[in-house]
Design a protein around this ligand. Structure first.
Ligand SMILES: [Zn+2]
Ligand SMILES: [Zn+2]
Length: 202
């Protein structure tokens, strides 16, 4: 994706915001189309739309609905592998991934995706606030949770850092969805933090 594409997409979203003429459906379609064009994945487009503050709420909701038609909405409880609550799955290592498919409606939360943990462990952390500190696995997950709750969670997309997100965006993007990470299921993982905060407990 080139810078000029990104500028174009941003401009189109601004147009949808400033020119309320045209039907809600048309404006929502425009927002959906440019966001998809900019990001290439439904998941990333969903995050962009959820986080683009100037968008009127009716356009935002409609655009997210349009995206859900492309990428099925979260599976209903009876369709989920765990009927009660969304769960975390482990993505197999590269050499065992042939034929593997992401469970229906799940979200990949590995780096470099939007919900990946920007704090790695056992290597210098690139998050500016961490000043190259080397975290343990536990610290890395705690830092993810602290960022999420503070609304300061930012992940890297190429060389730039995405706009910080927090609980609101997590709930919009992830409520009701299983998550998929590379971590073994018996290890501590930021995916469990996502499950805990993105889903209502009652
Ligand atoms: Zn860090
Ligand atoms: Zn993980």
């Amino acid at each position: 994706m080139t810078t000029s594409n990104r500028d174009l997409s941003a401009a189109a979203r601004e147009r949808a915001r400033h020119h309320p003429g045209g039907s809600l459906h048309r404006r929502s379609l425009l927002v959906t189309a440019v966001s998809l064009h900019e990001t290439n994945t439904v998941e990333a487009a969903r995050n962009i739309i959820a986080n683009h503050e100037p968008l009127p709420d009716d356009v935002r909701t409609r655009a997210l609905n349009l995206l859900n038609q492309l990428d099925p909405a979260p599976p209903t409880p009876s369709e989920r592998s765990s009927p009660d609550m969304p769960i975390r799955h482990q993505r197999p290592p590269t050499n065992e991934r042939k034929g593997w498919r992401k469970p229906k409606g799940s979200v990949l939360v590995t780096r470099p995706y939007t919900w990946g943990n920007p704090h790695p462990f056992d290597e210098p952390c690139p998050v500016p606030a961490c000043h190259n500190a080397v975290h343990t696995r536990y610290e890395a997950v705690d830092l993810f949770e602290a960022d999420l709750l503070a609304g300061t969670l930012t992940t890297r997309h190429g060389t730039r850092w995405r706009k910080p997100v927090g609980l609101t965006q997590a709930r919009i993007a992830l409520a009701g969805r299983d998550v998929v990470c590379a971590c073994p299921l018996d290890e501590r993982c930021h995916g469990d933090v996502i499950l805990k905060w993105a889903n209502p407990t009652t």
